[in-house]
Design a protein around this ligand. Structure first.
Ligand SMILES: C[S@@+](CC[C@H](N)C(=O)[O-])C[C@H]1O[C@@H](n2cnc3c(N)ncnc32)[C@H](O)[C@@H]1O
Ligand code: SF4
Length: 293
């Protein structure tokens, strides 16, 4: 059975997936806001270990496995030929396998050519989870993401053109008070350009990132709601599902573009109206300190 090096993270939508941890940590691991893998030193696990773990799944369970998630923080960085061998082993071992997915940092996408992504897609690597965080270059510089918005769009479009589905995350409150609205508008424009299948919003939270939080002029709930409203007013992707249902968010939003565009903005307006009735609520800085991602 899989042996995990904790902590182990997966996207909420991978709750039903069997997880194999083919890399440990994150190949970038320098984003100032992100403490997810700070306690791990990045390495690629040997191919034979992964193949042995796949082979250890008892025969009685194998037909029930239809989804696999490859961890850790950017498993797409795994060397191409060996990643193909892993995907082939998954297909052979699990006859009902419909999809494989993984996190994909911008760095991990630089390690695969367009042709290699097409081959990985053909071997059922169908969904990549990609952390944009912000479409605003000043914000990306401040968080040390390591890539500007234009380069991230090129990398994301390379994956889309290879036929992969993209699930993109951005973080409300990441730019602090100073650049809140620029962050909102530039992020919306990036999403309009790349048109990913899924766009998820999280809200900036404190966990193993104290230095970054200390330098951030944190947004109040009102400012966060105005930020998300500004983003929604500039969002018009051709076909994207928006989810803002992470545990860090105090306002859940869900809808599909283009159909739900106006309703989503109206949902925020209604929430602002109701929240305004609770004395002082909108003036507080939310204090969610994440234990889970
Ligand atoms: C494993 S990464 C996503 C894939 C890949 N490593 C990347 O950065 O492209 C998980 C995502 O969780 C979110 N995240 C991490 N730390 C966070 C924090 N402290 N507050 C809010 N969101 C956070 C970011 O959107 C980040 O991209
Ligand atoms: S946001 Fe992604 S790329 Fe950046 S340190 Fe966290 S896991 Fe690594």
């Amino acid at each position: 059975m899989p042996h995990y090096v904790e902590p182990l993270f997966r996207p909420p939508s991978e709750a039903r997936s069997l997880i194999f941890q083919i890399t440990i940590g994150c190949s970038q691991n320098q984003c100032r806001f992100c403490g997810m893998y700070k306690g791990k030193s990045f390495h690629i696990r040997p191919l034979q270990e992964i193949l042995a773990e796949i082979d250890e799944i008892p025969a009685g369970y194998r037909p029930r496995i239809d989804r696999v998630f490859l961890a850790d923080g950017d498993a797409l960085v795994y060397p191409f030929d060996d990643l193909c061998t892993i995907l082939d082993a998954l297909t052979t071992t699990f006859p009902g396998l419909t999809r494989v997915s993984s996190y994909a940092s911008p760095n991990s996408l630089t390690t695969k050519s367009a042709e290699q992504l097409v081959l990985l897609r053909a071997k059922r690597l169908k969904i990549l989870y990609f952390g944009l965080e912000s479409g605003d270059d000043a914000t990306l510089l401040a968080i040390n993401k390591g890539f500007d918005s234009g380069r991230m769009a090129e990398l994301a479009l390379k994956a889309r053109e290879a036929g992969m589905k993209l699930s993109v995350t951005a973080i409300l409150g990441l730019a602090g008070r100073g650049r809140s609205l620029q962050h909102a508008r530039a992020t919306a424009e990036w999403i309009n350009r790349v048109n990913p299948e899924y766009f998820s919003l999280l809200t900036m939270f404190q966990r193993h990132n104290d230095d970054f939080i200390r330098t951030l002029q944190q947004c109040t709930r009102r400012e966060l709601m105005l930020e998300v409203r500004e983003m929604l007013c500039h969002l018009h992707p051709a076909k994207t599902i928006l989810r803002s249902n992470h545990v860090s968010n105090f306002l859940d939003l869900a809808g599909s573009y283009p159909k739900d565009r106006e309703r989503l903005i109206a949902d925020v307006d209604l929430a602002l109206k109701h929240a305004g009735l609770r004395e002082g609520f909108l003036d507080e800085v939310p204090s969610y300190q994440g234990e889970y991602y």
